[in-house]
Design a protein around this ligand. Sequence first.
Ligand SMILES: *Cc1c(COP(=O)(O)O)cnc(C)c1O
Length: 353
Amino acid sequence: MLNFFPGPSKIYPEVRTYLTDAYDEGIMDAPHRGEQFVQLSRAVVGSLKRRLNIPQDYSIFFTSSATECWEILIQSLTKKKSFHIYNGSFGEKWYEYAKKMRPEASGVRFDINEAIQVEGLNISSDTELICLIQNETSNGTQVTATTILNLHNRFRDTLTAVDATSSMAGLNLKYIKADIWFASVQKCFGLPPGLGILICSPRAIFRAKQINERNHYNSLVSLYEKMLNYQTVHTPNTLNIYLLKRMLEDRPFIKQLDIELTDRANELYEFFGQFTDFKLLIENEEVRSKTVVVLEANERLVEDIKKRALHHNIRLGNGYGPWQRNTFRIANFPAIGNEEYEELKRFFLHYYV
Ligand SMILES: *Cc1c(COP(=O)(O)O)cnc(C)c1O
């Protein structure tokens, strides 16, 4: 089965070998306060920084998911309010959670075919955290590095948190331009679900210590204190941390992966742009995602395409949120091989030109 679902998405085939190795190395039942785990954890933090170009002075934490990171950040970095800039389902869900925890949280929705207008943003000075999604998986849009930099420059005193769940480990993100980044490993990392990666600048850690919120098992200060010894508060997903270590060691550096994914995204957009029965949901090239391609058609055709694809052992991604029925999605993730996209294109040429 070819799997183009944007999460859980295709895992690297090497995971099969890594799993056997994990068993043989006894990592799965290693105590999470023991030396073997600490060494593994330290190695992964080092590899993440080297392979993904994460600044040396940023801290890295293991969580259970990106969703958990939404919660940790609101709990531990806001006393009063965050501000959410969103155009799709994931950004909106984060905002909804934030409002439940901090009723004064506010936000603004922007159009899926427009970039965030940083100049026009009205964010009150008592806002503690600006939240956005780098790659909105629900509609296939992205926020560019330039926009993130402009945000950072215009609101210098406010921390910025970026959900990069469906782009981290695929794109060469400019971590220095925001204080907090996070992702889950079941997307561009090409690993099974159940592990989140949270990355914080020294400024974010400083702020967490100032607020010193300790009401939750994964409060950011508690995560920080445990991670000084490369440990977690709870018993972590050791197996997935191990898989992450092996995967990072075997992959090219992120600069190379980014070039390959960008080229492939351009090819996919060119290819899917030629059809008339369905069209690209995002018309503005500037804001199109490089890792999630979303195609729009009438509901019957969407159903039909997905069903026929399945008959050919091709799993396309369902639409998501308000775009659930009138779109389908195609992941452009590093674990999926070029030859698989050639097969996908053959399927579409055969059935729909
Ligand atoms: C998939 C996704 C999430 C949720 O990830 P979980 O591992 O289910 O918590 C959050 N944000 C974005 C942008 C996503 O694509």
